[in-house]
Design a binder for this molecule. Structure first.
Ligand code: AMP
Length: 198
């Protein structure tokens, strides 16, 4: 099933945005564009980009805006993103919001909705510790987790005010079963007229 939707999912690390993003995107038949996944795939593949960003990801810092913006523009220019996409992890600060706006408005497009997955910091930390045990991600150390949550609070949360002024933010309670949360997101999108093609 394919329905046009240009979505962004935002939430602290450990909010479950990766999992929910995949579910929502597959329901709409649109690709997930996750900058974190793109960076990790390049690190794993030992590409030039991967070599450039390994230390940055390990520290839990942000990759420079220019480089990240270029990667997102390239990805969104591929055919499968023509009718929609779900961005996960980009934009992450005010400058990136500006870059994305410029790129989308150049194509006569705009985001339809920003899904904010609301999860308390304590809950995020305990979920991330569990993920560290299960998946062994190199940035899921105790210091790494705290550092990334600090960056989220300082740099990423403020972008919600910008999108809030546009009236496109849906704040979703991110605590509950996976199915309940997916249902909450789908209802919020439906209320905006973003429904699956019949
Ligand atoms: P994530 O999987 O979204 O938590 O991203 C993992 C890491 O990739 C982050 O800690 C950053 O180092 C990097 N990263 C992902 N998205 C961005 C972005 N939009 N801007 C800069 N760095 C990013």
């Amino acid at each position: 099933m394919t329905a046009s939707a240009r979505l962004l999912i935002v939430g602290p690390q450990g909010s479950g945005k990766g999992t929910q993003g995949v579910r929502i995107a597959s329901a709409f038949g649109i690709p997930v564009v996750s900058t974190g996944d793109i960076f990790r795939a390049n690190i794993k593949g030992g590409t030039e980009l991967g070599l450039k960003v390994t230390a940055i990801l390990d520290r839990g810092d942000l990759v420079p805006d220019e480089l990240t913006g270029e990667i997102v523009r390239d990805r969104l220019s591929q055919d499968d993103a023509e009718n929609g996409f779900l961005l996960d992890g980009y934009p992450r600060n005010a400058a990136q919001v500006g870059h994305l706006d410029e790129f989308l408005s150049g194509r006569g497009e705009a985001l339809d909705a920003v899904i904010l997955l609301d999860v308390p910091r304590d809950e995020s930390i305990s979920r991330l510790k569990l993920r560290a045990e299960e998946q062994g991600r190199s940035d899921d150390t105790e210091d790494g987790i705290a550092h990334r949550l600090d960056i989220y609070e300082k740099e990423t949360e403020p972008i919600l005010a910008v999108y809030g002024e546009r009236g496109i933010v849906d704040r979703i309670d991110g605590v509950g079963s996976l199915d309940d949360i997916t249902e909450r997101i789908m209802s919020a999108l439906a209320a905006r007229g973003l429904t699956l093609a019949a």
